[in-house]
Design a protein around this ligand. Structure first.
Ligand SMILES: [Zn+2]
Length: 133
């Protein structure tokens, strides 16, 4: 079984860890994820950066319908990563009732299987559960 990324260019791998790959404007500093080719604010070029692995929960909700890759009852929400970027992502189940401000860490790894391949994607988990935070 091989591992395929959810989308090309989502991750930066360095020092044995994977991070979300953001784009920072070379002119105004606006940072976004996924990394845009040009700044969403001013249209200038962006450079790729590794977004911080730590994040803070903004809000979470439980999704009652199953989706292609997640069972009914999965949790999603918005988080703010260290670079200040808001990211919408799957969340660990135990975050369903977590308050805003809960400290998180990104978890990059296989989240589901498609056509026999593990799909490498991202989710956020409680910071205390992280093995590398
Ligand atoms: Zn800009």
């Amino acid at each position: 079984m091989s591992v395929t990324d959810l989308a090309e260019g989502l991750f930066l791998d360095a020092d044995g860890a994977s991070a979300l790959r953001g784009g920072r404007c070379v002119s105004c500093g606006h940072t976004a994820f996924p990394a845009p080719a040009t700044c969403l604010d001013c249209g200038c070029d962006t450079m790729q950066i590794a977004l911080g692995r730590r994040a803070e929960l903004i809000c979470a909700t439980t999704v009652r319908m199953a989706t292609a890759n997640f069972d009914a009852g999965h949790v999603v929400g918005y988080v703010r990563v260290e670079a200040g970027v808001r990211v919408f992502a799957p969340l660990a189940h135990e975050l369903a009732d977590a308050p805003p401000g809960t400290l998180l860490t990104v978890d990059v790894g296989p989240l589901w299987t498609e056509g026999g391949d593990d799909i490498r994607a991202y989710r956020f988990i409680p910071a205390k559960a992280a093995t590398d935070a």
